[in-house]
Design a protein around this ligand. Structure first.
Ligand code: ATP
Ligand code: MG
Length: 252
């Protein structure tokens, strides 16, 4: 059975893309067949997977608008050992262009049906907004992974997201559930981070992944080379943390 995970948090810069790219690569080295869908006009997952957003011709934008078959947009991240549906800035216009489409929130879901059987895991990197693109991600997914930084406002944003997930479940996607909350850029020396982390565990219990992603400079450097951190510095704490997360998910 294919598992489709939307990696989402409407808060910006919390580690969604870093998690998408590095979890994709970590699952792939475990022998899983993985597809990463870039659903963000910033196209950071595209660049971080080694595809140039300036030159890529066919993207998820064309798929959403029905102008290209999803098979024709798929590229292989040769280093990352996973497949990618790339994005570029065109995607920013999709929301407006889809406004008159019927069933515009399930365009991605319908497109993925043609190829989902080729994969064990499909990861969808969502933009930092609760917009129509994210809604397409949530409608296509079986479950949501929420990366978050353990900061003061994190919990507040989380309740908005949980409410959105409930609404999507009621209106569009009855199977949608929270797969897990991932603590990212974690600094164990920060008292605040520890307090927020405790609150998170109190509210969400075993929905909080045991694996914690530390703040690690190698994770921030790797996208500059168009590589998952595993192929930039395998021994780094960041690479090891995402390998551990993949193991936690595979053993669940
Ligand atoms: P956006 O909301 O803009 O899509 P995002 O949630 O996808 O952002 P990322 O792009 O993954 O977040 O991360 C934000 C920044 O923090 C990036 O520069 C990234 O390289 C860096 N970063 C992410 N995770 C870590 C980490 N564990 N340690 C150090 N730097 C990190
Ligand atoms: Mg991102």
């Amino acid at each position: 059975m294919t598992k489709i995970l939307a990696i989402t948090n409407q808060k910006g810069g919390v580690g969604k893309t870093t998690t998408s790219v590095n979890l994709a690569a970590s699952l792939a080295v475990s022998g899983k067949r993985v597809l990463l869908v870039d659903l963000d006009p910033q196209a950071n997952a595209t660049m971080g997977s080694g595809t140039n957003k300036q030159t890529v011709k066919t993207t998820v934008y064309h798929v959403l608008l029905g102008d290209a078959a999803i098979q024709a947009t798929r590229v292989t991240s040769t280093q990352g050992k996973y497949d990618l549906i790339p994005a570029n800035r065109d995607l920013a216009g999709a929301e407006v262009e889809m406004v008159d489409f019927s069933q515009r929130e399930t365009r991605l879901k319908s497109a993925l049906e043609a190829i989902e059987h080729d994969y064990d895991y499909i990861l969808i990197d969502c933009p930092p907004a609760l917009n129509l693109l994210t809604l397409n991600g949530l409608c296509a997914a079986h479950a949501v992974m929420i990366p978050m930084q353990c900061e003061y406002y994190a919990l507040e944003g989380l309740s908005d997201l949980v409410n959105t997930i409930k609404r999507v479940r009621t209106n569009f996607n009855p199977v949608l559930r929270i797969e897990g909350l991932l603590r990212t850029m974690f600094d164990p020396r920060s008292i605040l981070a520890q307090q927020v982390s405790e609150q998170l565990q109190k509210h969400f219990g075993d929905k909080v992944y045991r694996t914690v992603i530390p703040r690690n400079v190698r994770l921030a450097e790797a996208p500059g080379f168009g590589l998952p951190v595993l192929y930039h510095d395998e021994q780094s704490k960041g690479a090891q943390a995402y390998l551990e997360l993949a193991r936690e998910i595979l053993n669940a």
